[in-house]
Design a protein around this ligand. Structure first.
Ligand code: PGA
Length: 270
């Protein structure tokens, strides 16, 4: 595991976007050879999307041969609902770059048969040849995608009932009224994300500090589902200083001493 500790959320956004940029460039996608990218929603990745849009406008990257899979979607929200993740992805990212809509996959939370929709999504990932890089965020309770505490660490895409903490954290998007937050979501499983070749998890803010310490300093535990990535061969946690507040000084010092190495990951060799 790599832990990248950066000054603040804006540096995290820039670093994460540069990492995605380098991975796409190194892969050199083209016709019949798509780079497959897993993507999150939420407040944390917004800055990364803005930087990626900048890179696209500056001609540094194209998404023409990139296929994306989003982590989750609320059940019952139509795609044009402003709080749906379809809407978020389209407005915050997809419409600003050259990705083809047919390559940008988001689960359909209004599907008549939700279980079949989840199976379809897993099948599409398989047909795409698997995910090269899955980018994720976490909740203060350590959930990755909507894999709430207690979720199976080998789970696949399915319907989940959201935990109270998640409803509480997300009510800010629904007039601060918890009763308006959809209580169910479709989400990729921990196992779905674990299958990606590489995983990058973005964690910013003091309110995520306990989750980060549970994720990396304690054992693998389904009550902190992000801790499963301790067993992933290529996992990067990218965090800001505030998110390190619950870590041991020893942990922080060690990973900071590796920053020279870590920064090689975002060097542009073109
Ligand atoms: P956030 O959400 O980025 O808005 O904090 C992350 C999550 O709940 O997974």
């Amino acid at each position: 595991m790599r832990l990248i500790i950066l000054e603040d959320a804006s540096v995290v956004a820039d670093w994460a976007a540069r990492f995605v940029l380098q991975r796409i460039k190194e892969f050199a996608p083209g016709p019949g050879r798509h780079f497959v990218l897993g993507l999150p929603t939420g407040g944390t990745p917004l800055g990364m999307y803005r930087r990626l849009i900048d890179f696209y406008r500056e001609g540094k990257v194209s998404f023409k041969y990139v296929t994306t899979f989003n982590m989750d979607e609320y059940v019952g929200l139509p795609r044009d609902h402003p709080e749906s993740y379809h809407y978020y992805m389209w407005h915050e990212f997809f419409k600003h770059v050259d990705i083809s809509p047919e390559h940008a996959h988001v689960l359909d939370g209004t599907a008549e048969d939700l279980a079949a929709e989840c199976q379809r999504f897993e099948r599409l990932i398989e047909e795409a040849g698997g995910v090269h890089l899955f980018v994720g965020g976490i909740g203060p309770d350590g959930h990755i995608a909507f894999n709430e505490p207690g979720s199976s660490l080998v789970s696949r895409t399915r319907v989940k009932t959201l935990a109270y903490d998640t409803l509480e954290a997300n009510k800010r998007f629904f007039d601060n009224d918890i009763s308006k937050v959809p209580s169910k979501a479709l989400t990729v499983g921990v196992g779905t994300v674990m299958d990606a070749k590489e995983v990058m998890i973005l964690i910013t803010g003091a309110h995520k500090a306990l989750a980060l310490s549970k994720a990396i300093e304690e054992g693998v535990n389904h009550m902190w589902t992000v801790s499963a990535f301790q067993q992933h061969a290529q996992a990067l946690f990218v965090c800001d200083e505030d998110a390190t507040l619950e870590l041991r000084v020893k942990t922080v010092k060690y990973f900071k001493s590796l920053m020279g190495e870590h920064n090689k990951l975002i060097e542009d060799h073109s």
